[in-house]
Design a protein around this ligand. Structure first.
Ligand SMILES: Nc1ncnc2c1ncn2[C@@H]1O[C@H](COP(=O)(O)OP(=O)(O)OP(=O)(O)O)[C@@H](O)[C@H]1O
Ligand SMILES: [Mg+2]
Length: 313
């Protein structure tokens, strides 16, 4: 391991909450590939949408150009959590009703937001080749709107959404201390590991009582995964149980802006720091395969997975 990687590894262990600069990929504008970070869970309702929304604000605060995409087929929870009644959908772009620029909403946090919610389902149903080509073109163009693309997947994953999940650059698996959440996440991880063992997966423990409980949960998960699956995800950290989150939901605001000093917001800043360090470490080890990343990389892998007809669990 290089000195830099060793230094970063030590920083990761120190639970730092200091602001860490985001290591963004360099290159000519047209070559830059975004980092596509998927958010998933086994069981639904574990906090993905709330966490990813607040993290988008935190990453944007830290200087990242963020694009947040609702990929929860059929639902547009992210728009509701931001106080927006309806969200433009990329399907409207594909069908020519609005332009791509109109489908991208600038949020008060300075980052962009759009929805794939109905698009994914239509893509599965369509046999219209022209529409498929159009969808691919729209997805590719998203790259210009963010260096960090956060995809929030719902709990009820369609076959295509599952394949898309497996095709991202990196995946965050959200788990709560409930046994059902742990076992469902394990089933998802097992499937992901079988079809794409090289996918970097991070575990985030949500609704933990404290750091100790979160670490115990992660250790339990990774031990089972290591002995039964052959690989284990990395630990991204935790967000504690915090009544400010449901309060913010009621106000239709992200908890990070509604209650910036709440314990959950502090935890989100911590997650941002750990994510930045993980990315920096990844780059330092020369592991980033930028040429296969971003939305273009995702589409290539998605097509490959659909062609292979990978089953589910
Ligand atoms: N750390 C937390 N402390 C307290 N309540 C929380 C916490 N995280 C999430 N919640 C509550 O859990 C509920 C579900 O959260 P959210 O909608 O973000 O889950 P989800 O995983 O996106 O759900 P789905 O799978 O349906 O998309 C919310 O009403 C929120 O108030
Ligand atoms: Mg959700």
């Amino acid at each position: 391991m290089s000195d830099q990687a060793e230094r970063l590894r030590r920083l990761m262990q120190q639970n730092t909450t200091d602001s860490v600069p985001l290591p963004l990929r360099e290159g000519k504008k047209s070559d830059v590939r975004a980092r596509v970070l998927g958010w998933a869970s086994g069981k639904g309702g574990v906090g993905k949408s709330n966490l990813v929304l607040s993290l988008a604000y935190a990453l944007s605060d830290g200087g990242g150009r963020v694009l947040l995409v609702d990929a929860d087929a059929g639902f547009t929870n992210l728009a509701l959590l931001m106080g927006e009644g309806s969200a433009p959908d990329l399907m409207d772009v594909i069908e020519g009703r609005i332009s791509l620029t109109e489908a991208l909403v600038r949020t008060p946090g300075g980052f962009y937001y759009t929805s794939l919610a109905t698009t994914l389902e239509t893509y599965v149903a369509t046999e219209d080749h022209a529409k498929t080509v159009q969808l691919e073109s729209v997805l590719r163009q998203l790259e210009a709107w963010g260096e960090i693309i956060l995809l929030d997947f719902g709990a009820g994953l369609s076959a295509l959404a599952r394949h898309m999940l497996a095709a991202v650059d990196e995946l965050v698996l959200v788990i709560t201390p409930e046994i059902t959440s742990l076992s469902d996440a394990y089933a998802l991880y097992k499937w992901l590991y079988r079809i794409r063992p090289e996918l970097p997966v991070y575990v985030l423990i949500n609704r933990a009582q404290d750091e100790k409980e979160a670490e115990q949960m992660y250790t339990r998960f990774s031990r089972i995964a290591l002995s039964h699956v052959g690989g284990a995800p990395k630990y991204l950290g935790f967000v504690r149980e915090d009544p400010h989150i449901p309060q913010a939901v009621r106000r239709q605001m992200p908890f990070y802006t509604a209650y910036p000093r709440s314990p959950a917001s502090r935890d989100i800043r911590h997650i941002r720091a750990r994510l930045s360090l993980a990315w920096e470490m990844y780059e330092a080890q020369g592991g980033a395969d930028a040429a296969r990343g971003g939305m273009r990389g995702l589409l290539e892998r998605l097509k490959e997975l659909v062609r292979r007809g990978e089953g589910w669990l």
